[in-house]
Write a protein that binds this ligand. Structure first.
Ligand code: SAH
Ligand code: SF4
Length: 355
């Protein structure tokens, strides 16, 4: 069996090349791209301005995998939804949409980059399940499509305003596919979501952060820090043995110098582990001179993990300690906890029966 190409994962110039190979003009590539990513039709039949022979030749070479929602959960009075999608090979992946009502309604899609994750962070449900495989660009876009279709049933015309790669997996270990999906999201003929509204979150892979710093237009970078000493960070995040803080922080500084962007540091507050005044002091020392914003979040509960989160009040107090030390920090609202859709709670295949 020959594997057919997923049309959704191709850039306009690749679609143009495919059109030429199939005996059509290159301009067909742009038409196809618009059908796929602006109008987001479900199949080739709907692409009515393309010649029938071209569509049938395309069908012989390429596929357009359907959105297959296996399960769906909604929380926060309809403002957070989580979908479990079935991929063509039967693997399952989760994605989340967070909607905001302030002023014009905004929708942020939280997408997965891998099925599972190999990084094994001690506080993360995805990490506990191990790694299955990388997602393709088409599968990354399929998640955004599924989320938009879901929300459009309630709000026709709803659009994605932001994308964050904070679902399952480590996006910088699937660098090429993630960046290709980003180009398709950002393309003005496609989804038209500005690079400034697309965030890559990483556990701290130093060479890839340095590589990402050179991408133009630049993306937003979030780094999962969670600890201000190597000793603690190693315990929480095995990757710290490979890339300790004395390599990670200069890479972040390099990122902001090259891109002019502030780097966001994610810091999940764990009761009795990283939430004391001393921890705040060390964190402030570590990030001195870095163009940084610190997102604080009380750790979300993960079954089987010994770690517990802190109260909202404690998180606010920790934020005030950082602010006193001159850092920009805020407590982030946690979404979807009661449907296990919050940070670190995604784990697809086994999760849905027990939630
Ligand atoms: N692998 C990437 C992106 C996916 S994880 C990364 O680690 O950055 C998305 C975010 O959720 C990361 O900041 C991660 O550290 C955080 N996270 C993981 N488990 C969590 C938990 N139990 N509570 C709060 N945040 C968690
Ligand atoms: Fe992987 Fe990120 Fe979870 Fe760590 S926090 S196990 S890197 S998904």
């Amino acid at each position: 069996m020959t594997t057919r190409i997923d049309l959704r994962g191709l850039l306009p110039e690749e679609l143009a090349q495919l059109a030429v190979e199939l005996g059509e003009g290159a301009y067909r590539g742009q038409q196809l791209f618009q059908w796929l990513h602006r109008r987001r039709v479900a199949g080739l039949e709907a692409m009515t301005d393309l010649p029938r022979v071209f569509r049938s030749r395309l069908a012989g070479q390429a596929v357009l995998p359907p959105v297959e929602v296996k399960n769906r959960l909604v929380a926060d009075t309809g403002l957070t939804r989580k979908l479990l999608l079935r991929l063509a090979d039967g693997e399952l992946v989760e994605c989340v949409l967070m909607s905001y009502k302030d002023g014009r309604r905004r929708h942020t899609a939280c997408l997965s980059s891998q099925v599972g994750c190999a990084m094994g962070c001690a506080f993360c449900a995805t990490g506990q399940g191990g790694f299955r495989r990388n997602l393709t660009p088409g599968e990354i876009i399929l998640q955004a499509l599924a989320l938009v279709q879901d929300v459009q049933q309630e709000e026709p015309g709803a659009r994605l305003s932001n994308i964050v790669f904070m679902g399952m997996g480590e996006p910088l270990l699937n660098y090429r596919a993630v960046l290709k999906a980003v180009r398709i999201f950002a393309h003005p003929e496609g989804w038209g979501i500005s690079h400034r509204r697309i965030t890559i979150s990483t556990c701290g892979l130093v060479p890839q952060i340095r590589r990402l710093a050179g991408e133009r237009p630049a993306l937003e970078l979030a780094v999962s820090l969670h600890a201000a000493t190597n000793e603690l960070r190693e315990r929480l995040m095995p990757i710290n043995r490979r890339y300790p803080l004395e390599e990670l922080i200069p890479a972040c500084r390099y990122y902001s110098r090259l891109t002019g962007r502030r780097v966001t540091f994610e810091y999940a507050l764990i009761a009795g582990v990283n939430d004391r005044r001393d921890d705040a002091r060390r964190l402030a020392g570590l990030l001195r001179g870095v163009l940084a914003f610190i997102n604080l979040i009380p750790l979300n509960p993960v079954p089987g993990s010994p770690y517990k989160g802190v109260s909202q009040r404690k998180a606010e107090l920790f934020a005030s300690w950082l602010q006193e030390a001159g850092l920009a920090a805020a407590v982030r609202e946690s979404r979807g906890r009661d449907i296990a859709a919050a940070c670190g709670q995604l784990r697809s295949s086994t999760g849905w029966e027990v939630y």
